[in-house]
Design a protein around this ligand. Structure first.
Ligand SMILES: Cc1cc2nc3c(=O)[nH]c(=O)nc-3n(C[C@H](O)[C@H](O)[C@H](O)COP(=O)(O)OP(=O)(O)OC[C@H]3O[C@@H](n4cnc5c(N)ncnc54)[C@H](O)[C@@H]3O)c2cc1C
Length: 395
């Protein structure tokens, strides 16, 4: 027997941070929203270990989270605002500093664990009776049931229809596969090593980024004397770093970080993930929109991946809000694609350029870097231009 179809205005596949935020934003405009995720929701407790996947949320993302009512919860749970950013090149005088005192904002952003973000957003979603959560359901097929609606077939014979489908289902997006959209992928031949460390010295509410010849090493403040590490290194070196004893690893990490925060002691497991950039060849199809990692993946060096995904959700919601066209109108979806694709490609290419720029070892390249970076550090208008882009809002 074929199961009945439940009708929705919008179906969102993927309840990661981007899908959850999109659900909260759209619940202010539409009465029937379906949210689908194949992984069971995990409760968060204050006693939980620090998560290894953390995000540097910029001011635009924090404003979005405030708008949907999640930011207060996140602050009460666990988040670390940072007021400045110190970026430098290993074994050189080349450096640049960013400080919120040069802006009208009390911080540059905040470091938040993915698990905290998801728990806070889930709390908000649960408060909206117009969002129906299909938790532990996986999208199997997606097809156009008519010119006015899409049919989503989930496992356990659940079938729903929606006028608009949002694919927020991450890097290996099933929605993207169903609409047969290609992805242009760049493998950076590096792994990102992630772990949590105790720092001997106070992190000074600063996000630290050291460019080494291997790749960038970021220390992101999580709590008093606790930081999260994202160390981008060639695959072989990453495997070697993971196989070291804690003592040997601490020694190498502290040296690579040039003792800026004194002794660093790892206090978690060490994990790695492959570094790659990716862009979907198109972000939209008939009544379907891709957003977040389903549409684009960037190098983690500036911690911008999630911010771009949240900006996708905000932009789409704003366009739908002001549009007088029917939900799913191709014209509105095209506006979304035009705006977000160009912004995301620009960011992906800029991050790749920065990574390559800092990895050039020739002395000419080193000198050019020293002049360029140190001069930028002294030119406030230029610095403010970079900061406006990173914060995602006027400064
Ligand atoms: C180690 C690490 C460090 C990072 N650091 C930063 C940082 O500092 N700053 C930053 O901004 N970004 C960072 N990122 C990137 C950031 O985490 C991602 O950009 C962001 O989480 C993407 O969110 P998303 O909601 O688009 O996708 P995801 O978080 O991947 O969520 C996708 C969801 O879709 C669900 N799903 C998948 N397939 C299906 C299906 N068939 N049916 C139903 N559900 C499905 C999954 O269960 C998942 O819940 C980091 C990433 C990693 C891995």
């Amino acid at each position: 027997m074929v199961s009945a179809v439940t009708d929705f205005d919008v179906a969102i596949v993927g309840a990661g941070a981007v899908g959850l935020a999109a659900a909260c934003l759209l619940s202010q405009q539409y009465t029937r929203i379906a949210l689908i995720d194949n992984v069971p929701f995990k409760e968060w407790q204050q006693s939980d270990d620090y998560g290894l996947r953390v995000s540097a949320l910029n001011i635009a993302s924090i404003e979005l989270l405030t708008q949907i009512g999640a930011w207060q919860d996140i602050r009460a749970m666990r988040a670390c605002p940072y007021q400045s950013m110190h970026v430098w090149e290993q074994q050189s005088e080349t450096h640049i500093d960013f400080d919120c005192r040069d802006t009208s904002h009390p911080m540059l952003g905040a470091i938040v664990e993915n698990q905290v973000l998801l728990a806070a957003l889930n709390n908000i979603v649960n408060k909206h009776s117009n969002i129906q959560y299909f938790n532990q359901h996986s999208l199997q097929h997606l097809s156009a049931v008519s010119s006015a609606a899409m049919l989503l077939e989930l496992d356990n014979e659940v079938r729903i229809s929606a006028e608009l489908v949002l694919g927020a289902d991450g890097q290996r997006s099933k929605v993207r596969k169903c609409i047969e959209v290609d992805q242009l992928t760049t493998h950076y031949q590096q792994l990102g090593l992630v772990c949590t460390v105790n720092t001997e010295l106070d992190h000074q509410q600063t996000a630290w980024q050291c460019f080494t010849p291997d790749g960038p090493l970021a220390l992101l403040p999580l709590d008093e004397h606790v930081c999260s590490i994202v160390w981008s290194v060639p695959e072989e070196k990453c495997r070697q770093l993971i196989s070291l004893s804690d003592e040997q690893f601490n020694h190498q990490l502290t040296a690579a970080f040039e003792h800026k925060l004194g002794q660093l002691d790892v206090c978690s497991e060490r994990k790695s993930f492959p570094l790659r950039g990716a862009q979907a060849s198109q972000y939209i199809d008939h009544r379907v929109v891709l957003l977040g990692d389903a549409a684009h993946v960037v190098h983690p060096l500036a911690g911008l991946g999630l911010n771009l995904g949240l900006a996708d959700a905000q932009h789409l919601s704003d366009l739908l809000h002001v549009s007088d066209r029917p939900l799913g109108s191709e014209r509105v979806l095209r506006q979304y694609e035009r705006a977000r694709k160009s912004e995301n490609i620009l960011m992906q290419k800029s991050l790749e350029l920065i990574d390559v720029f800092f990895r050039q070892e020739r002395s000419f390249a080193k000198q050019a870097r020293a002049v360029g970076v140190n001069m930028t550090n002294k030119l406030l208008p230029l610095k403010l231009m970079f900061m406006r882009h990173a914060l995602g809002v006027p400064i």
